[in-house]
Ligand binder design. Structure first.
Ligand code: AMP
Length: 417
């Protein structure tokens, strides 16, 4: 099915094709006609499903066909609220890329925290057609009278679950109060826990609902591998795999900023171009790391979950879970960094004995088993620590009755010390 059959004007349909999109993804097939018709959208969609273009293309067209586009009557038409600066950049880039195909180009401004507000204030002089930003900075811009939300025609909340997780609920409520009651709205979220579902129910009017849009784990071309290895040998194993598997680039997830620094440092000492990516780094540095990674000047980026959210790197062949994700949803999100929209990818998880129970939980939540491998020379020798009596040790899971019985039986079998 070509893009043009979804109701897009030829310029935008052509721009999608020129960008290498052969056919719309499922969420694009559903969302584009509905958004062109002015409907609200409630989409369960992960990064990798094509969710960005699913709202960028039709909202650009709505803007292009609105009476206020450009010129003297310029008023903010589309506001996109996202949880992170990186995602803001990516969404703004998508608007700019496809907007360039229109005869009048929209003025697009990013309103993101962590960088000086002045260039953003300057950019908003004379108004903007589309603004993409994070909640706190958007409110600051409103307070500086640089941003007026009263005429907004379309509002997008992207990664709404993350917005709430990251504690943006109050800022979001204040932003929503400033928006006109009559506007089109798109709410996208990877998951719909109670808070997100309540937000959607409150804000959306008879939305088109799209569920489970091409979860990355459903994509047959993401091969998942799990390698049993001792925790203390993971960096060596990573180096070994980088040289034996011929991975041109890899995104490696670790649990802490400290681990980001130490693992990247060790790789660099071994002659591998590696950089850390975490929240303490300044925005300029983070953007530089990503640019270097995209341009293949950096081979390995070692990242925390938060810093990596929303990253979109075409043809990223490998994601490595050096530390497992704390929550199964984050695991899915991480592995969705590879195998984007048609490209094949590999997600490798390191599973030390102590993390085996946690990985089993991740497998259960994903509904798929990943066979454990061992790599010659890296066979694990550590044993899983015994479950503390009555304590599960697996985050997000309380010991159930069976676990307690098992722990009691194990304690009894061991006898007095
Ligand atoms: P997203 O889910 O919006 O983060 O998009 C994930 C990746 O898929 C990005 O690299 C997009 O450029 C790419 N993409 C989006 N739509 C399509 C499509 N219809 N065909 C091929 N690639 C796409």
């Amino acid at each position: 099915m070509p893009f043009a059959s979804l109701g897009l004007v030829p310029a935008l349909a052509r721009a999608a094709a020129d960008h290498g999109y052969a056919a719309p993804t499922p969420i694009q097939q559903a969302a584009i006609p509905a958004l062109l018709a002015g409907r609200d959208l409630r989409g369960q969609a992960h990064t990798g499903s094509g969710k960005t273009a699913a709202f960028v293309l039709p909202l650009l067209q709505r803007w292009a066909q609105s009476p206020h586009r450009g010129g003297h009557g310029r008023a903010l038409h589309t506001l996109v609220v996202v949880p992170t600066r990186e995602l803001a950049t990516q969404v703004a880039e998508a608007f700019a890329r496809f907007g360039a195909a229109l005869d009048v180009r929209p003025r697009i401004v990013r309103g993101i925290g962590g960088v000086s507000i002045n260039p953003q204030l300057m950019a908003l002089r004379g108004g903007a057609d589309i603004v993409v930003g994070t909640p706190g900075r958007l409110l600051d811009l409103v307070q500086h009278n640089a941003l007026r939300l009263a005429a907004v025609q379309a509002l997008v909340l992207d990664e709404a679950d993350r917005l709430l997780d990251l504690g943006f609920a109050d800022e979001l409520a204040r932003l929503l109060d400033l928006l006109p009651a009559q506007r089109q709205m798109v709410l996208l979220s990877a998951t719909f826990p109670a808070g997100t579902a309540a937000l959607a129910d409150r804000l959306l009017r008879e939305p088109l609902t799209v569920e489970g849009a091409a979860l990355p784990t459903d994509a047959p071309d993401i091969a998942q591998r799990a390698i049993a290895v001792d925790a203390g040998r993971r960096t060596q194993l990573l180096r070994h795999l980088l040289s034996t598997e011929g991975w041109p680039r890899a995104l490696v997830f670790v649990a802490t900023k400290h681990a980001c620094e130490t693992v990247a440092d060790k790789l660099r000492k071994a002659g591998i171009a590696a950089e850390p990516l975490h929240g303490v780094l300044g925005q300029g540095k983070r953007e530089q790391v990503l640019a270097d990674f995209k341009a293949a000047r950096v081979r390995v980026v070692v990242a925390t979950d938060l810093a990596a959210r929303g990253i979109d790197i075409a043809e990223l062949p490998v994601v490595v879970n050096y530390d497992l994700a704390r929550a199964a949803a984050d695991h899915v999100h991480r592995i969705g960094r590879t195998g984007r929209a048609g490209a094949s990818g590999v997600a490798v998880s390191f599973v030390p004995a102590a993390a085996e129970a946690h990985f089993r939980l991740i497998e259960k939540r994903q509904g798929r088993r990943v066979p454990r491998e061992q790599v010659t020379g890296f066979e694990p020798v550590e044993q899983a620590p015994e479950a503390a009596p009555g304590g599960g040790g697996v985050k997000g899971r309380r010991p159930n009755k069976k676990d307690k019985l098992r722990a009691a039986a194990a304690a009894a079998a061991k006898g007095p010390q």
